[in-house]
Design a protein around this ligand. Sequence first.
Ligand SMILES: [Ca+2]
Ligand SMILES: [Ca+2]
Length: 269
Amino acid sequence: MLASLGLLLTVMQAQVQPLEGNGSTYVFVNLTEGTDDICEVGRTTYLDLPDLLAGWADHEICIDDIPSTQSIAEFHFELVPDGFNIKLNGWGDAVGLGTHNAFSRHDTSASMLLIIPEDIRISVNWFYLAAGLGSFQLQLQRLYDLDGTWNPMPPVIDRSANAYIEPLTDNGYEMHHLAAGQWRVSAFSTHQAIDPAKEGFQLSFARTNHYCSFVPLGDVDGDAIVDVNDLLAVVDAWGPCAQSCEADLDSDGLVGIEDMLRVLADWSD
Ligand SMILES: [Ca+2]
Ligand SMILES: [Ca+2]
């Protein structure tokens, strides 16, 4: 039982194989009172592929009794048995309380190359929050064929937000067909928090999580079952896709006989 479970996990994880990756985080905090420096710390950490897969977080704080400022920077590309998760987070605050000048900042960047040996389909649950002076960008894009030939396609995930005081937040659920090849995940986030400053600059966020689960290639709606609902979705969407459409299971821009055959081939028992 354990052996078969181990084999199952190996097979499922092999659907995505990290090839290379690197990145960095930067955290900076500064707290002063009048002309006196209470503390100032800036730290850059360079990340390699094992750091990105294990998850990396850095945190720095300056505190002088109650006035304080802090900065947090995190990134994690998490491989799980039934998919992968991309977690990007950074935030900080600056609490001067009218007696101190407080400032914090973070920058996170990460880039990874993934080998996807055979076509896969993923369902993606995502959300983001950006507030204060917080920004992020996240992309998932096919760049090369399996043999390394440059053959870029438009990103399937291309999400960003740039907040200016007012919080920006959104969430969704979407399906993507990932053709066999070499895919790049790229992520970036930053924040600045300042006090005294304009109202709303004292606390900033830049956070987004994408939970990606493997589903059968013929699963239009992503419920992990291929049944009559998926077949009806193909029939309903029959013809050219105006933009992207979930029933286009092979991403050729058309919902047609190939997509219907894929549903029938993957039909759940
Ligand atoms: Ca389904
Ligand atoms: Ca198609």
